[in-house]
Design a protein. Sequence first.
Length: 153
Amino acid sequence: MLLVANSCLAELLLSSNIFWVAIFTLQNDLKRQAYEDPFCIFRGYIGYMACCAQNYSYFLQAIYRYLKVIYPTRLFWQSKRVQIFLIIFVWIVSFTFAFPHIFTGAITYLVDNQMCQMPLHFSILAVYNTFFLYIIPMNCIIFIYFKLVRYVK
């Protein structure tokens, strides 16, 4: 239940950020202006951070389900204390994940999109994003569920 609530929190944060970006973009479109407001970089940071928290919260759920099925008698891994520790760890990782974006100035205001994000071009930070945000958690989730299905069959 804690892990599902954690995923819901990550989704709520991500969707709130997307809604905030949409409102800002709509206001600029209606006024026919393009300018970077003071919170633009912050919204970009929150977007990357919340996406990281979302993907890794799904990864935590996959780990929990795997342990629940494969090792049902090992209650240590199913305890609330371990779940809370892992949730806190994922949020710390999510907050620190996007620091390189801030420190390198990679998150910039894109006038055409009227939002702050990384420009879509090849860079080390783009590869870092791709691997850390998507490839690592999704491949781990696929691997865990593959092992789980093989165990159940």
